[in-house]
Design a binder for this molecule. Structure first.
Ligand code: PLP
Length: 389
């Protein structure tokens, strides 16, 4: 039988990530010792209080039924967390939806709120799953460039009236991946005004909410006056609590949006393993010290890497938040050529910026997901290569 794929699958071709991973594995097979700074998954373990609780909970034989949705206990904890952390009031029984990781919310969101052909405003460069969700819904992305001269914030005044009128949704992500920028309160206020004026639903991806440096705590979009009228915020346990493989996250904000998402999800899945829901709520309740310690580790990696690269002649900027360094490639290189040059002459793997959208060209993303020792090795290796001579 000839297996034929749906036309939709044209949007899900092998990506540059697959290509790079193949190239890296070929190098490893040839005996090279690669330092991989392209991964977006935390290398550190989750807190001990979580693994201890999980190991106890999984032995309880009554915890194995379908959870269907979030437990009241989980929702109440999210509500308390938002109140304590961001002074935001969330009704536990209407304003929050449990997710199997924030990706679950991201990729399904366009399907619930956009029809084929509808426009969705997305950051460029932006996290690749936004494009996947938009493609699944048959909608179309409209790129909002993130430029250095605008502090990597989209310039809403540059979106034409026609585009604004056609757009159904806007996706935002601060601190971002791949660009670790932070939104200002003034920018978020402008977003609320723009969204209200143009009837645009806003999805703020807050996956890196606890990763910030020097006290520059990221702003919750929901803490902006009027935000809950037009939007929702996505949260994840993957990066904040190093639970990436244990799939759990949540969406919070506008109750009508939450209800509609729940309507789709109640047809698609059966909730999240109950012990994991319990672990996640304890993470919110008791995780503050853990997050603080984790920030210190990332900050020391950031300082070491940026300091080392600047010293060897690669001028990169220290991020204020997030898990990545968004580094401009030296003059004369394309993102891809520079990425391959780093692999070939320094055994260091990064991600070329254009993989995240056209305005990513000219940059590479370096993930802070290796120990200080590995980062030191990477710096030495780049120094010894002929790239910056
Ligand atoms: C910006 C952003 N949003 C969402 C996700 C998905 O995270 P989760 O593990 O919660 O599905 C990621 C993962 O890398 C991400 O970088």
């Amino acid at each position: 039988m000839k297996i034929s794929l749906s036309e939709r699958m044209d949007s899900f071709k092998d990506s540059i990530f697959t290509e790079l991973s193949r190239y890296k594995n070929k190098k490893i097979a040839e005996g090279a010792e690669m330092i991989d700074l392209s991964i977006g998954s935390p290398d550190l373990p989750p807190p001990t209080f979580i693994t201890t609780l999980l190991s106890k909970e999984v032995t309880k034989r009554d915890q194995y039924g379908y959870s269907l949705t979030g437990t009241a206990e989980f929702y109440k904890e999210v509500s308390a967390f938002y109140k304590r952390n961001y002074h935001v009031q969330l009704q536990h029984d209407s304003d929050i939806l449990l997710l199997m990781g924030s990706q679950d919310g991201l990729v399904h969101f366009p399907m619930v709120f956009a029809d084929p052909g509808d426009l969705i405003l997305v950051p460029d460069p932006g996290y690749t799953a936004y494009a996947a969700g938009i493609a699944m819904a048959g909608a179309k992305p409209y790129f909002m460039p993130l430029k250095k001269e605008n502090k990597f914030l989209p310039k809403l005044s540059e979106i034409s009236k026609e585009i604004a009128a056609k757009a159904k949704m806007m996706i935002l992500n601060f601190p971002g991946n791949p660009v670790p920028a932070l939104a200002s309160r003034a920018f978020f206020e402008e977003v609320v005004e723009f969204a209200k004026k143009n009837n645009i639903l806003v999805l703020h991806d807050f996956a890196y909410s606890e990763l910030y440096f020097e006290g520059k705590k990221p702003i919750s979009f929901l803490s902006i006056e009027g935000a809950k009228d037009i939007g929702v915020e996505l949260s994840s346990f993957s990066k904040n609590y190093h639970l990436a493989g244990a799939r759990i996250g949540y969406l919070a904000g506008n109750p009508e949006v939450i209800k509609a998402m729940n309507q789709l999800k109640s047809n698609l899945d059966y909730g999240v393993f109950l012990p994991l829901q319990k672990a996640a709520l304890i993470a919110l309740r008791e995780g503050e010290e853990f997050c603080k310690r984790s920030r210190e580790i990332y900050e020391s990696r950031r300082n070491l890497l940026v300091g080392g690269l600047n010293e060897l002649g690669w001028q990169v900027v220290k991020p204020d938040a997030g898990m990545f360094v968004w580094a401009e490639v030296p003059k004369g290189w394309s993102s891809l050529d520079f990425t391959y040059a780093l692999i070939d002459s320094a055994n260091v793997v990064v991600t070329p910026g254009h993989a995240f959208g056209p305005h990513g060209e000219g940059y590479v993303r370096i993930a802070l997901v290796q120990s200080n020792d590995e980062l030191t090795k990477a710096i030495d290796s780049i120094k010894q290569s002929n790239i910056f001579r």
